[in-house]
Ligand binder design. Structure first.
Ligand code: FAD
Length: 405
């Protein structure tokens, strides 16, 4: 039976290896990853784990023994460098090669670096891997000032965790509001105020032009000429797909490796899953997405596992993700395409509310803060496209069940 080689032992690759066995794949499975540890969850790295509320072992998707027990040849600290599609083989950094019948590219994404002076100084960090997180945790604490460059989800989560660890935190954001790319104004305002109440300082509309320090960072230089003193920096300005191997091998790539609804690339023997892909979604016909979320990694792992084991493709899902900051649980479903109206349910002052984005009577997206029913029923309405009564939606005394009925 076919030898499946998976490049990248992250959330997508690790999940796929397990699913293949669960779905009855009998042939050899090789899981190649350049990190030293088995597949783990990244979300806690900026949240519970960073704050010291979860241990390293709880991050692993499966214990190390799982791989041998399930005849998965897991190869840690092993980097794939080149794909030779005509010979169906992969070249590894140590000069050896691996032959495959089916290849799955699950190499994820990496943090984007800022091409500015001082970027190489000690204490200028990223947060993508468990190793990055260890370094960050060691650098923050009482009496330290942490500068967070980028007010996206990861940046804000690090800010909240940094406060929990007793550090002073300043968030530097180039746009005029945090979460500018991913959330509406109401949500940006809410998060900024909530962080300020917890002692986080903000510099909005602030362009970082350099880092200063002798060997180790001691300040962040802004375009307006000011320098803000700090002991450590986290750069959280986005991620870029690790798609070089695919590109070099001539696979179709756009904002990532282009795949279909079975997670297949332009080469039928090669699949791609997770953050590295540029993918379609059944509920948004005609559009392509590069998503960076665990639900996306899981959905595509399932698509590939079904295709490889000859099962029917799984039903399309409504995209969603979450973020935890302080005692806030944010859950988001759908995308706010062509929205003509925003309905807010509940009062932001109570830190329990939801923002609904509508196109006519159709719900396109929901952003729910400490409001699981709003998220759950909203996600369902986005998927089934039932028309929504806006008056009911805006009235928290009417249950979400009734709104969605
Ligand atoms: P990854 O998990 O990045 O795995 C890819 C693996 O491939 C990595 O181990 C990489 O080192 C390895 N690799 C790359 N190139 C090679 C190569 N050439 N050879 C061998 N190995 C290679 N998502 C949510 O839904 N909710 C959250 O709250 C959330 N929080 C997050 C917080 C942080 C700090 C981070 C970093 C991410 C967060 N995410 C969150 C995103 C989520 O973790 C990713 O979407 C998910 O990990 C994607 O899985 P993946 O397998 O595609 O990529």
């Amino acid at each position: 039976s076919a030898h499946v080689v998976i490049l990248g032992a992250g959330h997508a690759g690790g999940t796929l290896a397990a699913l293949l066995r669960q779905y009855g794949h009998e042939g050899p499975i090789t899981l190649v990853g350049d990190e030293p540890i088995p597949p783990y969850q990244r979300p806690p790295l900026s949240k519970a784990w960073l704050k010291g509320e979860a241990d390293a072992e709880s991050l692993a998707l499966k214990p190390l023994e799982f791989y041998a027990e399930n005849r998965i040849d897991f190869r840690p600290s092993t980097r794939a460098v080149k794909l030779e599609r005509s010979a169906r083989r992969v070249h590894l950094a140590d000069g050896s090669t691996l032959s495959y019948d089916i290849l799955v590219i699950a190499t994820g994404a990496r943090a984007i670096a800022l091409p500015i002076p001082g970027a190489e100084l000690g204490g200028v960090m990223f947060l993508r891997t468990a190793a990055d997180a260890e370094q960050l945790k060691a650098a923050v604490g009482p009496g330290k000032t942490l500068a967070v460059v980028g007010g996206g989800y990861i940046g804000l989560e690090v800010a909240a965790s940094g406060r929990a660890l007793g550090a002073e935190v300043v968030v530097l954001e180039r746009e005029e509001r945090v979460l500018a790319r991913v959330a509406c104004q109401a949500l940006s305002d809410f998060f900024t105020a909530y962080h300020q109440q917890h002692g986080v300082k903000f510099e909005l509309g602030a362009s970082v032009v350099g880092f200063e320090g002798q060997g180790k960072v001691s300040g962040v230089r802004l375009a307006d000429g000011r320098t803000l003193a700090c002991d450590a920096v986290v750069v959280g300005v986005g991620a870029t797909p690790n798609d070089e191997i695919a590109k070099d091998a001539g696979l179709e790539c756009a904002r990532g490796v282009v795949v279909d609804l079975e997670a297949r690339t332009s080469d039928p023997a090669v699949f791609a899953i997770g953050d590295v892909t540029h993918r379609p979604m059944p509920i948004y016909e005609g559009r392509m997405f590069r998503m960076e979320s665990v639900p996306n990694a899981l959905e595509q792992a399932k698509q590939a596992a079904c295709a490889i084991t000859g099962r029917a493709a799984p039903a399309g899902e409504v995209p969603w993700q979450w973020s935890d900051q302080y005692d806030l649980k944010l859950q988001i479903a759908g995308y706010a395409f062509d929205v003509d109206e925003i309905v807010i349910r509940g009062d932001p002052k109570t830190a329990k509310f939801a923002v609904f984005h509508l196109k006519g009577k159709q719900l396109q997206s929901v952003e729910a803060i400490n409001a699981p029913p709003e998220f759950m029923m909203g996600k369902q309405l986005i998927g089934n496209r039932k028309p929504v009564d806006k008056i009911k939606l805006a009235d928290p005394s009417i249950s979400m069940k009734e709104v969605a009925a």
